[in-house]
Design a protein around this ligand. Sequence first.
Ligand code: SAM
Length: 263
Amino acid sequence: MSDPLAAAAERLRAAGVENPRREARLLWDLANHEETGFARYVLRRGVREPFAYLSGHREFYGLDFAVGPGCLIPRPDTETLIETALRLRPDRSARLSIIDLGTGSGCLLVTLLSLYPNAHGVGIDVSPEALAWAARNLEAHKLADRASLIETGWPEESSPGFDLVISNPPYIPSADIAALEPEVRDFEPRGALDGGPDGLAVYRLLAPRVVRMLAPGGLALIEIGQGQGADTSSIFSEYGLRPLEINHDLAGVPRCLALAAAS
Ligand SMILES: C[S@@+](CC[C@H](N)C(=O)[O-])C[C@H]1O[C@@H](n2cnc3c(N)ncnc32)[C@H](O)[C@@H]1O
């Protein structure tokens, strides 16, 4: 009898999946060692559907998030925004008001509300599918009473202002999307990735809005793509926001632009 694990590993290897043996073993465990379910998972992974969409989970900053088609899978790079928030706003008892622009799975909002137990927040997203995942995650972490979710494009106004504006917007140049891994290109929502011709289109939309959203003394933390530090700093500066620092992710890539409200 053929070994289902070896056959699956071979199939995944042929499909270009990295670490095919390890993935085959993970899928076997995910299927509770049941051959029909395992075969289905191997078929899906074999067309490069992301593992996290199959398992339905991804960890972010030590917390578990439900994920699936329709929301971006949280990335470790994005944890840089959380680390920056903790460093620049060290008082965990602060009654911060937070807005997360493009909340997706809700990973940033949920994590911040967990770390700041007196904070409250709003997550906005244009995608109803993404918001359904965010709602599920707020509920699972028992944070729904401190958060609201709004289906909208980038908001024009917000009153009163927020103490913390956080965002991981789409920032991949449109022409680069075709070269991404199939897991990202073919399965994650394009609306979560596409930053227009030069990757900076959404920052240009966000800058004037973030200025109007910040309360006096407020802080904005914006994720940026590789090599976008200088351009994004100048886009936000044009609208009067003051760049405070740019923090690097674990790979050493500048990832989080911290900005202060104009004084
Ligand atoms: C890069 S994903 C970030 C998701 C999540 N915050 C994270 O860090 O994993 C960007 C999010 O912005 C949302 N988005 C894209 N265009 C938008 C728009 N015009 N208005 C509001 N949200 C938008 C997408 O639906 C997506 O959920």
